[in-house]
Design a protein. Structure first.
Length: 288
């Protein structure tokens, strides 16, 4: 190769190298825009036709239950396996089997559970839609990497509509987000002020209450809630379910057919009873 040609190639290579290094670093997405995209994905995920079986441990001041639960198009169905930290005995297993048998044959009960499930889903979807409108967001630490933390606080310009929105709007805390997949991993918040309804006549919710929601990836496209912890103190006369003190953890997620019937779901619960209950309780529950 001629010296002149070699000099041109060296010069060109140097120019390209400099240009590559001189390219500006992409500007990270704003925290608000990232949250908006995350909420969109979470809401879109809820619209998909997908059902799962999982183990649930629900704890309230009055009970501690371990349940196996199966989602169906007619709502969830569950079997209690433990109460108060103890596996069901034969009498309790027999009562649980009778409850399940009655439930799958009762259209009224099924319709009621399905309605309550749909109401809960709509309420949660409404809260999620409200988040990008009701809060101000900023990154905690670096805005780069797969997992980022985003602090949120009430936007004073937002005017909440309704009792539930007023409670949500006084939350502040942190969102943990998978920035690459744009999915929520954790939402941890606390009430930064007391909320009075009807100047306190209709009730109130105390400052300092806490909540946490944790999400886990269970398939290439699906995420499920693995923890819901709510500890809010107060009294609201018109809405008895506003004041809560409960925690539920969910684990061992397994997909089930999207067209699974309640009877088929109960049979899956029966197999879990066979695997989890002592022999005497298993026989009382109709096990083999």
């Amino acid at each position: 190769m001629r010296p002149h040609a070699m000099l041109c190639l060296v010069t060109l290579a140097g120019t390209l190298t400099f240009a590559a290094h001189a390219q500006p670093t992409p500007t990270p997405q704003t925290a608000h825009d990232l949250v908006r995209d995350v909420i969109f994905n979470e809401l879109h995920d809820r619209e998909r036709d997908s059902h799962w079986e999982y183990r649930s441990n629900a704890v309230t001041p009055s009970q501690n239950l371990v349940r196996e639960q199966v989602e169906t198009s007619q709502g969830p169905i569950f079997r209690v396996l433990e109460r108060g930290g103890r596996t069901l005995d034969a009498d309790q297993a027999r009562q649980e089997e009778a409850r399940l048998n009655e439930y799958v044959k009762s259209p009224g009960q099924i319709e009621h559970v399905q309605h309550e499930h749909e109401v809960d889903e709509e309420r949660l979807a409404g809260i999620m839609k409200m988040l990008p409108k009701a809060f101000l967001f900023e990154y905690e630490g670096s805005a780069t990497g797969d997992v980022v933390r985003i602090a949120f606080r009430p936007d004073p310009a937002f005017v909440p509509d309704g009792y539930e929105a007023r409670v949500v709007h006084v939350l502040a805390g942190t969102l943990t987000v998978d920035q690459r997949l744009k999915r929520m991993i954790d939402m941890d918040g606390h009430l930064i002020e007391r909320v009075d309804f009807g100047f306190g006549i209709l009730g109130h919710v105390e400052k300092g209450g806490t909540f946490e929601i944790h999400r886990v990836q269970v398939s290439a496209e699906r995420w499920k809630t693995s923890l819901v912890a709510v500890h809010i103190q107060g009294k609201v006369l018109l809405f008895k379910n506003v004041s809560k003190d409960q925690q539920e953890t969910r684990s061992d997620f397994r997909p089930v057919p999207h067209d699974i019937s309640l009877q088929q779901a109960k049979e899956m619960l029966d197999h879990q009873a066979d695997a989890s209950l002592p022999v005497e309780a298993r026989l009382a529950a109709g096990g083999r």
